[in-house]
Design a protein. Structure first.
Length: 131
């Protein structure tokens, strides 16, 4: 009986020894994804702040281009800085208002006001528009 138990512990030739490469790749991928999630969580406040500033800038610049300069929305998008492609823009021609959003993190609106040009709407003004 001792010889049969010793034979069970010997691996067959050609059989994989230990974890496969695929398993190591999966562990590596999980580690990288966990690291990315941790970096995003650690920097979330900064990312949200940058989003607020970026959407405010985009709304104000595009509003001025659109309603002071008289250009189309598509043409005004060219005036934005490189890297602002993630900012979405929409236009309300009746209210002369431009809305800029960034990946569900931030939203800002700028409105053309005669004699003042384009101004960013405060949070209270934006809430009043929603009602």
């Amino acid at each position: 009986m001792a010889s049969t138990s010793a034979q069970k512990n010997i691996a067959e030739p050609g059989a994989p020894k230990g974890p496969s490469r695929l398993r190591y790749a999966a562990y590596g991928l999980i580690a990288i994804l966990a690291l990315i999630v941790l970096v995003i969580i650690w920097n979330f406040n900064a990312i949200k702040s940058y989003s607020e500033v970026g959407t405010g800038y985009a709304a104000r610049v595009v509003c001025s281009c659109r309603y002071v300069g008289g250009r189309s929305l598509g043409d005004c998008e060219k005036d934005l800085e490189p890297g602002m492609e993630i900012v979405g823009l929409s236009d309300d021609p009746n209210a002369k208002r431009v809305t800029a959003t960034a990946l569900l993190l931030a939203e800002n609106q700028a409105e053309f006001r005669e004699g003042f040009g384009c101004v960013l709407l405060s949070e209270a003004e934006r809430k009043a528009l929603e009602e």
